[in-house]
Design a protein around this ligand. Structure first.
Ligand code: PHE
Length: 348
């Protein structure tokens, strides 16, 4: 075979390899093999030296022509493969901006938590501390320090789950009164605290009670605190939660840890005071218990009742939610039925 025929064969083989490859990496290998220093064209060019002088220019220019043809073919193929790769990537990453967006389900606090947050925010703004207490509580704090000794008959109203003789699921947030009274340093200022949390009582088969529910304890102790302060505070809270049209009234009541004790009623949400079935024709609905902290409670916690005194109250956010939204069965709040809970959407 002549050198010229060799070169033609190299060209044909090269063009065929180039056109058959569909892979950029392989194409590069072809380029290196064909056109590189150790490739057939380089060695063919070297062979020109052995040709008779008059043939050299012709074969030399033929060799250059072939090298150019091959490198152009490689460049073109490279362009084609790169375009194809880009098009494939674009197709894969295509975003149809006209598609309707997926709806992201947005959660919200539980309706009872919404009420707790509202109350907590209000009292935070009035300078109260917000405290959390243990749900597994000592009999000592839940009852004894709240002026309910072991044989006290009022314990019957708050039967609960006992973990041992002395440890129980707290029946009220009131033990947080004793716990904070014990630790508060009155030289640093008055004691003003709110303590929201879950409490437990023996379940009775009654739609207005649940074995687990919420309370928010409030306690204010300083010098010269009066019952007027208590009433003003509760009225402020009522306006905040229910609205300015709602009024409150205090009725004498009994709690072992307050003296005097009151039951607090709020204007009936259903008839706005006119009298209806919901409020048993009184125009009022009972919402919370409160009173002036009993001297025994202060004494037991090491606070001198001759110097300091104040008020305490216990709010039931579950009851607030029932009244505010006209829900008649408290147990609905605990069933986790999203259809029920979504009715109280903050997003409106
Ligand atoms: N702890 C009382 C209850 O659970 C409510 C209360 C709190 C009453 C504080 C007076 C003062 O019924």
């Amino acid at each position: 075979m002549t050198l010229r025929e060799d070169l033609t064969a190299i060209k044909d083989q090269g063009l065929s390899d180039i056109s058959l490859t569909n892979d950029l990496k392989k194409l590069n290998e072809i380029r290196v093999n064909l056109l590189g220093k150790k490739g057939p064209i380089t060695s063919a060019l070297r062979g020109i030296r052995d040709l008779p002088v008059e043939q050299r220019p012709e074969v030399g220019s033929y060799a250059n022509e072939i090298r150019d043809a091959l490198s152009t073919a490689i460049e073109n193929k490279k362009q084609v493969l790169e375009d194809a790769a880009l098009n494939e990537q674009l197709a894969n990453e295509k975003i149809d901006v006209t598609l309707p967006a997926d709806h992201t389900l947005q959660g919200q606090p539980h309706v009872i938590q919404q009420i707790i947050d509202q109350v907590v925010d209000l009292f935070l703004g009035m300078g109260y501390q917000i405290l959390n207490g243990p749900e597994i509580e000592e009999d000592h704090y839940n009852f004894e320090m709240m002026n309910l000794p072991k044989d006290h008959p009022a314990r019957d109203m708050q039967d609960t789950f006992y973990l041992s003789d002395d440890i129980l699921m707290r029946t009220q947030t009131s033990p947080m009164q004793a716990r904070t009274l014990e630790t508060h340093n009155f030289e640093e200022g008055p004691l003003k605290m709110i303590s929201p949390g879950v409490v437990y009582r023996r379940d009775t088969d009654d739609p207005t009670h649940s074995h687990q529910f919420h309370q928010i304890e409030g306690l204010v102790i300083d010098k010269n605190i009066t019952m007027t302060d208590l009433k003003g505070t509760l009225l402020t809270m009522t306006h905040e939660i229910f609205g300015d049209k709602f009024d409150i009234r205090l009725r004498p009541s009994y709690f072992p840890f307050t003296e005097p004790s009151v039951e607090v009623d709020v204007t009936c949400f259903n008839c706005m005071g006119k009298g209806c079935d919901v409020c048993k024709h009184t125009g009022w609905i009972e919402v919370l218990g409160a009173g002036m902290v009993h001297p025994n409670v202060l004494n037991m916690a090491g606070v001198d009742p001759e110097v300091y005194g104040g008020f305490a109250f216990g709010i039931g956010p579950d009851r607030f939610a029932m009244l505010k939204y006209g829900v008649s069965d408290i147990r609905d709040f605990y069933l986790d039925d999203i259809r029920f809970l979504n009715q109280f959407s903050k997003r409106g």
